[in-house]
Design a protein. Sequence first.
Length: 154
Amino acid sequence: MMIYVSIKIMSLRIKYYTFILAILIFNPFNFAYGFQPKSQNCIKCHTLNKEEALLLIKNFNQNVKVINIKKGTVSYLWEIEIEINGKKGIIYMDLSKKHIFEGSLMTIQDKKNITQDRLTDINRIDVSKIPLNDALVLGSKNAKKKIIVFDDPD
């Protein structure tokens, strides 16, 4: 009787280990990720509005105004257009809202200053809005290219 029980227990153990081995072989280990790499747009999950950005940035400068927020060139950064005492600038904040930096963001491959390009865009002046009623015109009024010179007599 004792030998029979022992053989039965051994048989159950063999079946158990065979079952576990089959599971391990046919179901390989997979790592769990929130998203597959490069399969999700981070901006869809992370949000930042002007009021929240202003609250976070005011710790550094009380006179700051948030003009616009958009996804930065780098996928994990927000690009925040700000104005301080009439001067426009750009700062960057990570999606976790724990880090902020200002300065030039440059591409390594073509050495392009992305920040400077954006500053040029946001500080661009629309010359069609400059009043020319009291302007001194030199040359033809109908010229294709016009140059506006500002002069202060004082």
